[in-house]
Design a protein around this ligand. Sequence first.
Ligand code: ATP
Ligand code: MG
Length: 439
Amino acid sequence: MMSAETNRDIAQVSKQIQAIRGMNDCLPEQSGLWQWVEQTIRDVVKSYGYQEIRTPVVESTELFKRSIGEVTDIVEKEMYTFEDRNGDSLTLRPEGTASCVRAGNEHGLLYNQQQRLWYMGPMFRHERPQKGRYRQFHQFGVETFGLAGPDIDVEVILMTARLWQKFGMADKVSLEINSLGSSEARANYRDALVAFLSQHAEQLDEDSKRRMTTNPLRVLDSKNPDVQALLKDAPDLLDYLDEESKQHFDLLCERLTQAGIQFRVNSRLVRGLDYYNRTVFEWVTDALGAQGTVCAGGRYDGLVEQLGGKTTPAVGFAMGLERLVLLLESLQLVQLPPEVDVYLSLLGEKAEAFGLTLAESLRDAVPGLKLQTHCGGGNLKKQMKRADKSGAGIALIIGEQEVEAAVAGVKYLREDKPQLQVSIEQLPSLLSDVLKQNH
Ligand code: ATP
Ligand code: MG
């Protein structure tokens, strides 16, 4: 007889284990669109001469505390931080910029050099999961180093605009920009802001009250509508800009206008991370409800030094891929090619043996062809069901007779065309035509 304990153990073992809340599987029906998005991004960054950098997903906790800022949403409450077996404090990266700068410093890529880098990969933040907000999400980002002028700010913004074009959603997103000025300008502004906030302290929520003393500019980033309403009368950051930052900003605006990019100056835009100075920008959409920011970035001239390197100007952005994919799905603009072009149906043992080498030679002869070979036998009806499910436009049917005669039956699965018989020799040219049609 089994003990109660053993019964419980068995129940435990057979219970399905679920994914972690806020961390998603990307299933086969979704991965096609993800791959298309990623490929489009790769093509665009290449067309600007940017190079990829890949960094580990785990870093020292200290890296993010020192760069993102202690008094920010990310560091205060969103990081996945743990002790490893040596007792070191490690953190799953919540964003990509800090790691890029760390790697750049560590490998001597930054000092006295210019770099135009990009990355793509998973990020981790312990937030409340909802549509467009997850605990593991993916960002594509760009970081440039060693370039101080507004010309590079314009370049990275133009790159994002080109991406919206490629995604077919240029009319669904709009650009907001602002300048945070120099650190002195921000210090002056901070004083004015604190004076204002102190007068209205009773209208602030707890978070904002606390931030008023620890990191006042963070109050501008509050998501509380009451706080946002109050801020309408707050002093304006742009009134406190230093002369150089003002020139930088004016030139940025001028060049964007010349390039035909529409934008709105939003003097409350401060971004959720502390390392920014001068230019900050966000691309927003109203097609995703509350999670409206699809891309955000700016200049961070102080960060390289803050992380132990030599002073190096820098500007970059990060784009949230889940929000992008959600938007593309809801707009239904992307027409993906089928996952399979041709299904090779093989009836009987002789055909199976012949089919293996035939499939390989067709893949050699027609580069890019997506050919799926039927495995597991079965009659024609069963094989045609599989062929249909594969998404293929045509099925090649080979039985014993076809092997003898060196021909294949060609059945059109999505078009009203009669079935043909084609010699094996002619198959490559027929399949090349099919491929052209599909792409
Ligand atoms: P939000 O204000 O929406 O929290 P954020 O200011 O924290 O955004 P950034 O750190 O600037 O965002 O990240 C850049 C982009 O990454 C965001 O604009 C968004 O598209 C995406 N992103 C950020 N956090 C998440 C998340 N938890 N889930 C999905 N995407 C996210
Ligand atoms: Mg956030």
